[in-house]
Design a protein around this ligand. Sequence first.
Ligand SMILES: [Zn+2]
Length: 102
Amino acid sequence: MNKSKLKNLMDNFCCSNCKSDFEEESLTIVREEAGLIVVQISCQNCGKSFGIALLGVSELDIKEPVPFEMEDCPDKISCDDVIDAHNFIKNLDENWQKYLPK
Ligand SMILES: [Zn+2]
């Protein structure tokens, strides 16, 4: 996965602590699976950690970024986005094990 593409996804978010935009360096790819990318997010400006984000992807392009346990800027993200993420996680639970490293 192209990291700059991931970075583009992060343009919708910013650090809730210092309001800095996330940079490519803010993203660490933890795991990459077919249809799913797990990234660790931390602010490069103030060092605040935002935990893990799960990104649902297709082979060609990222269909829909799915933020998880991520503090959001109220002016940049809607409540619906957060609820969608929670639903995604809830649906993922049953098959979550297969995404874990063996
Ligand atoms: Zn920050």
